[in-house]
Design a protein around this ligand. Structure first.
Ligand SMILES: [Zn+2]
Length: 108
């Protein structure tokens, strides 16, 4: 009779350990997956996956995607740009973009 209780106790212990280890493995898998995603996506365009390039526009550092033309600003960058001569930086940006498009289309 005593052996049955001992076996039952051991079985419960084993089950507890098994559950605990399974939880730890799941946690580790999740953390590894998250880390891998971050490593693979660092400095990559979220839209097309191309490697983004750092550039400076009007003294503000930006990240630009050569693949799709997407632009990323830091947390305060839009505010800094908007404080600089209001409309004109916006116009300059699009003029430069159009010029780049035209020269690309002309095969330069
Ligand atoms: Zn892109």
């Amino acid at each position: 009779m005593a052996d049955i209780w001992k076996e039952r106790e051991r079985a419960l212990e084993n089950e507890y350990i098994y559950r605990r280890e399974r939880e730890l493995i799941q946690k580790m898998r999740k953390e590894t997956k998250e880390r891998l995603i971050r490593e693979l996506c660092r400095n990559r365009c979220p839209k097309c996956g191309e490697e983004i390039q750092a550039m400076t526009f009007r003294g503000v550092p930006l990240d630009k995607c050569p693949g799709c033309g997407g632009v990323w600003l830091g947390p305060r960058d839009l505010q800094i740009l908007s404080e600089k001569d209001h409309r004109t930086w916006f116009e300059k940006w699009f003029k430069d973009e159009e010029a780049a498009e035209t020269s690309r289309a002309a095969g330069e």
